[in-house]
Each structure stands twice: as structure tokens, then as C-alpha cells.
Design a protein around this ligand. Structure first.
Ligand code: ATP
Ligand code: MG
Length: 212
């Protein structure tokens, strides 16, 4: 399965979700390759930090911020059970290529009207890519939902209008996730019993059902 996390809006959680889902999919000895398609290289930085700290390697991370991603990913996918693409900010040829390379496109969105409006552009790109590859599946993932608010639910109605389903699993705003990027760790390594770790298990389960 090839999954891309894309949204041209910066800071919505593409890298955070991509790293955690790659790790979840790697459980049980599956070979997972995370492709860092962001020229900023945040996933590569995270993986390098892990290497320096001698933390266990859960999946491979390669940097491939190229517009030819869709041509190169099939080769990489042949030697992996799953490929997870961490997309770049901004709509570029690179984002188009990441979408075209994928079986499942996941669009992290924060629960604000601005984020929903900003997603329209990505939805158009998915529709465009489906003209070449009609099998591409897509879904929104609500991220940074503030615990106890109903904003998460309010987000669903406008997203539905965009004709792409929103996954049931919502990821909340949690300090553990913020610590992951600076520490080179994953939520379940920082706190195995955290709600953050649990959310990633549930999100991965839902993703497996969408694209087995
Ligand atoms: N659910 C969350 N709870 C708390 N912090 C979060 C959550 N999701 C992401 N963050 C934090 O928000 C910041 C941006 O997240 P991330 O880097 O994953 O976004 P991105 O979409 O990949 O950004 P960019 O477009 O710059 O690549 C990071 O510091 C990350 O730790
Ligand atoms: Mg990122």
C-alpha cells in the first residue's frame, strides 16, 4: 500500500502523522519505507536524530523531493510492504506527483474554517489525478482537535461538501506529539499508554481497512 500525507497548508501534521503511521504499519515485521518528499527534510532530520541517539530503527526513511516521484515509487514499493509519503507544503508539481504515486491520499486538516477552505485546492488535485488513476482513494484526517470541543464534529459537514470522506479517527492536540518532533521519538515510545499512542493505533487500523 502506498499512502501519501499531503496538504499544501504548512504545519497541519503531515510529518507527524506520516512518521507515526509508518511505525504502526511496520509492526509485525512489515517492511515500511517513508519517503520524505518535502525539501525541508523534516522526516529525514527526525530519523537522523534517532540514529544519533541510538534509538531503534522502525522503518527506513529516504529523501526524494522530486517531481518524478510517481515514476520512482513503484520500484521502491516492490521491496517494501508499505510506502508512506510525507508531502511538501505548497501545491507544486511535487505534490501532484505524490498524489499520483499513491493508493491512498490522506489530507490532514485542523479544525478551522481556514483549513477547510485551504483543502479545496488539494481536493482538486486529487480529482485531477483520478483522471489518470481512477483507483486513488482519499480521506481527510482531523488533527489537533482540541479535547472536549465540538469543533471536530463541526469540521465534518463542510468537508463532506468537498466529496471526500473524513476518517472516523480524530487526532487531538496533545503535548506528546509536539515532543516527538524535537526528540526523535514516537508517541508510544514517550508514553506507551498515552491517548496519543492509542489514537495512532486506531488511525492505522482505519487506514488498513481503507487500503489493505
Ligand atoms: N496532534 C498534535 N498535537 C500537538 N502537536 C502537534 C500535533 N500534530 C502536529 N503537531 C506539531 O505541530 C507542528 C507541525 O506539525 P508537522 O511538522 O507534522 O506538520 P506538517 O504539515 O508536516 O508541516 P510542514 O508543512 O511544515 O511540513 C510540529 O511541531 C508538531 O510537533
Ligand atoms: Mg512536514
Amino acid at each position: 500500500m502506498i499512502i501519501a500525507f499531503v496538504n499544501q497548508k504548512g504545519g497541519v501534521g503531515k510529518t507527524t502523522l506520516a512518521l507515526h503511521i509508518a511505525s504502526e504499519l511496520a509492526k509485525g515485521g512489515k517492511r515500511v519505507t517513508l519517503i520524505d518528499a518535502d525539501p525541508q527534510g523534516s522526516a529525514l532530520d527526525w530519523s537522523q536524530l534517532r540514529h544519533h541517539c541510538d534509538y531503534p530503527r522502525r522503518f527506513s526513511v529516504i529523501g526524494l523531493p522530486r517531481e518524478t516521484l510517481h515514476l520512482e515509487v513503484p520500484d521502491i514499493a516492490r521491496s517494501s510492504d508499505h510506502v508512506v509519503i510525507d508531502g511538501p507544503p505548497r501545491v507544486t508539481a511535487l505534490t501532484r506527483s505524490a498524489i499520483l504515486a499513491s493508493d491512498l491520499v490522506l489530507i490532514p486538516v485542523q479544525p478551522s474554517a481556514f483549513d477547510v477552505w485551504a483543502s479545496e485546492e488539494i481536493v482538486d488535485l486529487v480529482k485531477e489525478a483520478r483522471m489518470f488513476k481512477p483507483t486513488i482513494r482519499a480521506g481527510f484526517v482531523a488533527n489537533r482537535v482540541v479535547v472536549g470541543t465540538i469543533i471536530g464534529r463541526a469540521l465534518r459537514a463542510p468537508l463532506r461538501r468537498l466529496d471526500i470522506a473524513t476518517l472516523d479517527t480524530e487526532v487531538c492536540q496533545r503535548v506528546v506529539f509536539a515532543e516527538c518532533s524535537s526528540s526523535g521519538r514516537l508517541a508510544n515510545e514517550l508514553d506507551k499508554n498515552s491517548l496519543a499512542a492509542r489514537e495512532m493505533v486506531l488511525l492505522a487500523e482505519e487506514i488498513r481497512e481503507l487500503a489493505p
